[in-house]
Design a protein around this ligand. Structure first.
Ligand code: IMP
Ligand code: MG
Length: 178
């Protein structure tokens, strides 16, 4: 198995690029069908979703806006209840179809807060699109409209996802070897 060592941990190749791209083809077709006449605004959650968004968006052939957003729910080391800051959202979302593009939904905490935040801004319809979902880790139920890949409850890196900011540039996905 191909492995990669980042800082103090070793990861084994689990999802080659070809598998990731085939999964993205599938959800892009679904989105094309559902959203082509909605003039949606896509909100790409940085940093992890950057590579996914790049491959996803070029497969969509309809009118859409795209913004990159960043959120922080931490004040120092204390996790707060609400999103403290949402950076990068400058377009009006009131009355619109909003599609959130995430790298991974793990416990669902981040996504639940983000959806609630966008709801409060008055979006008409909110779709959630994630490259990866860990169904066995979900603690805060969120409706996931488009999921490219479902994975076990393991820590992964690559294709945008990081371990201490390393590994984001890997074209394949690797899973932590315990
Ligand atoms: P949640 O709020 O628990 O759903 O966590 C979501 C965030 O945790 C993601 O946006 C990632 O930044 C990070 N995360 C969760 N699982 C992984 C993983 O396996 N590898 C890298 N980052 C992860
Ligand atoms: Mg993230």
């Amino acid at each position: 198995m191909k492995t990669v060592t980042l800082v103090d941990k070793t990861f084994g190749l689990s999802h080659p690029e070809s598998e990731i791209l085939a999964a993205i083809d599938k959800i892009a077709e679904e989105m094309q069908r559902d959203l082509h006449d909605k003039k949606p605004i896509f909100l790409v959650v940085l940093n992890g979703a950057y590579m996914f968004a790049s491959d996803l968006m070029k497969r969509l052939e309809f009118t859409a806006q795209l913004q990159f957003i960043k959120l922080s729910s931490y004040t120092g080391t204390e996790r707060s209840q609400d999103i403290k800051e949402l950076i990068g959202l400058t377009e009006e979302v009131k009355g619109r179809t909003v599609c959130i593009v995430e790298d991974i939904v793990d416990s669902g905490a981040t996504m639940q807060k983000l959806v609630a935040h966008i709801e409060r801004l008055g979006a008409d319809d909110i779709k959630v699109c994630t490259l990866l979902s860990k169904p066995n880790a979900l603690k805060y139920p969120v409706k996931l409209d488009y999921v490219a890949l479902e994975i076990p409850n393991d820590f992964i890196v690559g294709y945008g996802l990081d371990y201490y900011e390393y590994g984001r540039n890997l074209r394949d996905i690797y899973t932590l070897i315990p």
